[in-house]
Design a protein around this ligand. Structure first.
Ligand SMILES: [Mg+2]
Length: 210
């Protein structure tokens, strides 16, 4: 169910689709702390995890080892992941006039733990857990309604996927303030960059009224 948009019924009002990792819940910062606990560390040399995680002897971990670490982190996510400043209040504020849906790209086997964590944070909005491209999922959700739609993510690839499939959507880029994001590409119009949740909320509300 958590992997399928069909379980979500939208009301007759605007829609906000929002990524979770490194947008609502911190990922990069607690993941680095998780690595430290295993005598590993992240050397931010490019915009990816694979190839930049090393052990105590500075040997680079291979892709399978990195995938297993991310899996273990997500199993324990309730111990590690906390929301960004203003994220919870901003989402509650937006939800007073819009339907909110979380679209999280984590492997679906971790969806139940994520659901529980979001509920505990009073973020009981519908969630889709899928590793498929985000554009077609948002297009299916929105279904070409003549109501405003906005999408928030920290990955430009996801923003351009949604832009290609739902061109009327506001595209809000909200990168976390962490070292590895210094290597992320710069967003291009029509993608809007937000410094924090207060600005993201303003951009979305301005789009609703435009
Ligand atoms: Mg993310």
């Amino acid at each position: 169910m958590l992997t399928d948009p069909e379980h979500i019924k939208l009301a007759d009002r605007p829609l906000v689709v929002c990524d979770v990792d490194d947008v609502v819940l911190q990922f990069a910062t607690p993941f680095e702390a998780f690595l430290t606990g295993r005598d590993l560390r992240l050397l931010p040399r490019s915009f990816k995890l694979t190839g930049n995680i090393v052990d105590a002897a500075e040997t680079v971990l291979d892709a399978l080892a990195v995938r297993n670490l991310i899996h273990d982190f997500f199993v324990e996510q309730e111990r590690w992941q906390t929301p960004f400043a203003e994220a919870v209040d901003s989402l509650h504020g937006l939800a007073s006039e819009a339907d909110l849906v979380f679209l999280t790209a984590m492997p679906p086997r971790h969806a139940e733990v994520r659901r529980r964590l979001l509920d505990r944070l009073t973020l009981s909005y519908p969630m889709i857990s899928s590793e498929d491209p985000k554009g077609p999922i948002v297009a299916r959700l929105h279904g070409g309604r003549s109501l405003p739609v906005a999408f928030v993510d920290d990955m430009l690839g996801n923003l351009s996927s949604v832009g290609a499939h739902v061109p009327e959507s506001a595209l809000v880029y909200l990168p976390p303030d962490v070292a590895i994001f210094r290597f992320a590409p710069e967003p291009q119009a029509p993608v809007l960059r937000a410094r924090d949740w207060l600005e993201a909320r303003q951009l979305i509300e301005a789009h609703f009224r435009s």
